[in-house]
Design a protein around this ligand. Sequence first.
Ligand SMILES: C[S@@+](CC[C@H](N)C(=O)[O-])C[C@H]1O[C@@H](n2cnc3c(N)ncnc32)[C@H](O)[C@@H]1O
Length: 263
Amino acid sequence: MDADRLKQAVQAQFGASAAAYVASAVHAQRDDLRRMLELAAPRGDERVLDIATGGGHTALAFAPHVREVIATDLTPLMLEAAERFITGQGIANVYFQQADAEALPFPAEHFDIVTCRVAAHHFADVPQFAREAARVLRPDGVLVLDDTIAPTETELDIFINSIETERDPTHVRDYTETEWLRFCTEAGLVVQHSETGTKQLPFVDWCRRARVELATEADLNRRLREATPAAKAAVAITTVDEQVTAFALHSLVLVARKPAQRR
Ligand SMILES: C[S@@+](CC[C@H](N)C(=O)[O-])C[C@H]1O[C@@H](n2cnc3c(N)ncnc32)[C@H](O)[C@@H]1O
């Protein structure tokens, strides 16, 4: 899919699922958000840019700890849903603006912290996103990235990415940790911390949030159950009566700092 068609498909896909992403327990769950906050270590006076804010869970987690958060997303309906969700909780320091992660409408060196959680695997051009994040960060500012990743084994990488794309055609790629380190470094950022883990996903909820057809849900269920032992172990599939009930995707949280200017 070319970049323009992908972006139209993203707006259609997420526009139609906006309420489901706001309500999503997986996206609201606090463990990785707590970790992002811990690693960003805000002092309270930061200006934060949250890229691809989706239902707004990252913006909401950061808002009480910083001066302001600019929550951005490519999908206007998603942004509206996030705004209702966040302002509905009495939070007044989050501002909302439509923005493409690959062409950010902000001046250089404008933000202290840039966050992007569980979204970059939908971007057409991740190196360009990394360059844009680096551009809008002030010297010494940090990008805190959280995304699903592929395991290092090629066979598992192909399997997981094909499962993800079957469930949501706007999925571009879960990159490996090594690829992420390279994207950041090539954008001029210095990776200071990188950690991997897994994220448990209730299977039916994961399918329905993306509004998959029942036939696709059945096919994904079959493919997960019939996966090779290595793939089954990698995604920790649990089944009850021939139905996949949950599985796990691999995830990455990294912190990359823009070097301070030499005097
Ligand atoms: C799963 S949601 C993000 C979840 C959210 N960050 C959180 O913490 O819960 C993915 C979001 O990426 C957005 N998106 C996809 N491509 C984008 C792009 N090129 N620029 C900005 N946002 C994009 C979609 O509109 C969607 O809202």
